[in-house]
Design a protein around this ligand. Structure first.
Ligand SMILES: [Zn+2]
Length: 213
C-alpha cells in the first residue's frame, strides 16, 4: 500500500470506527431491552435450578446455584463476579470489550443482524471495502468512501452531520500537515539545489580566475 493510500485508509477508519461506537451507543437501550436472564440461560445452555439461580459458567464451579440473575444483572456468590447482563455476555463469550459484547448481543438477542462479529472484524471488513473501492475508482477523495458502511440502513458518514464534520476535520488537519511537510521538503530540496548551484558558480568562477591568471 502506498503512503497516500495508507493515510486515506487511516483517516477513513477513524470516522468509520467513530460511527460504529456511536451506533452501538444508540442501540444500547434496545440491546438491554432484549436481554433477559431466561434468554441468556437458554442461549448458553445453562440449566435454571431455582428461579434465576444456576451454575456459574464464568468460573465453572460445581455449585448449581452460585450464580444469581436479576433483570438488570448477575452476581456469582462463589467467584464474586458481578455486572450487567451485557457484562455477563462479555465474560461468558470470552469477548475483549463491552463493544464486542454489544455486537454479540445484537446478533444473538435482537432482530438486527450485523455483518461482523466483533470490533476487529468490523475494522478489517471495512478496510477491505475501502481498498476494494480504491482499486476500482483510484480516488483519494475521502467523500468518495463515505457511502461504505457495514452498519444497518446505510448508517454512514452522510447521515450524521456531526460525525461527517469531525471526520472532515481530522482529514483536513492531516492533509494540511502533509502539505506543510511537502512544502518544507520541496523548500529543503530547492535550497539544496540552489546551494549546489552557488558552489558550482564559485567553482567555475575560481577556475576562470585561475585560467585568466
Ligand atoms: Zn462464578
Amino acid at each position: 500500500m502506498n503512503k497516500k493510500l495508507e493515510n486515506l485508509v487511516d483517516n477513513l477508519m477513524k470516522g468509520k470506527c467513530g460511527l460504529l461506537y456511536q451506533y452501538l451507543n444508540e442501540i444500547e437501550d434496545l440491546i438491554h431491552d432484549s436481554l433477559t436472564p431466561q434468554k441468556i440461560m437458554l442461549h448458553y445452555n445453562i440449566q435454571e435450578i431455582h428461579k434465576n439461580r444456576c451454575k456459574c459458567i464464568i468460573h465453572n464451579g460445581d455449585n448449581n446455584t452460585s450464580l444469581q440473575f436479576t433483570n438488570k444483572g448477575f452476581k456469582c456468590h462463589s467467584c464474586n463476579s458481578t455486572g450487567t447482563l451485557l457484562e455477563f455476555i462479555r465474560l461468558a463469550s470470552n469477548l475483549k470489550t463491552l463493544n464486542d459484547a454489544k455486537i454479540y448481543a445484537t446478533n444473538n438477542f435482537t432482530n438486527i443482524n450485523l455483518p461482523f462479529f466483533d470490533v476487529e472484524d468490523y475494522k478489517s471488513k471495512t478496510k477491505l471495502a475501502i481498498i476494494n473501492k480504491f482499486e476500482i475508482t483510484g480516488s483519494y477523495i475521502t467523500k468518495d468512501y463515505y457511502d461504505i458502511s457495514l452498519l444497518p440502513n446505510g448508517y454512514c458518514n452522510f447521515k450524521d452531520n456531526k460525525v461527517e464534520k469531525s471526520t472532515e476535520n481530522i482529514i483536513i488537519k492531516s492533509d494540511a500537515n502533509n502539505k506543510v511537510l511537502l512544502d518544507q521538503e520541496l523548500t529543503k530540496l530547492e535550497q539544496e539545489e540552489i546551494k549546489n548551484m552557488a558552489c558550482l558558480n564559485i567553482l567555475n568562477h575560481s577556475i576562470m580566475l585561475l585560467v585568466v591568471n
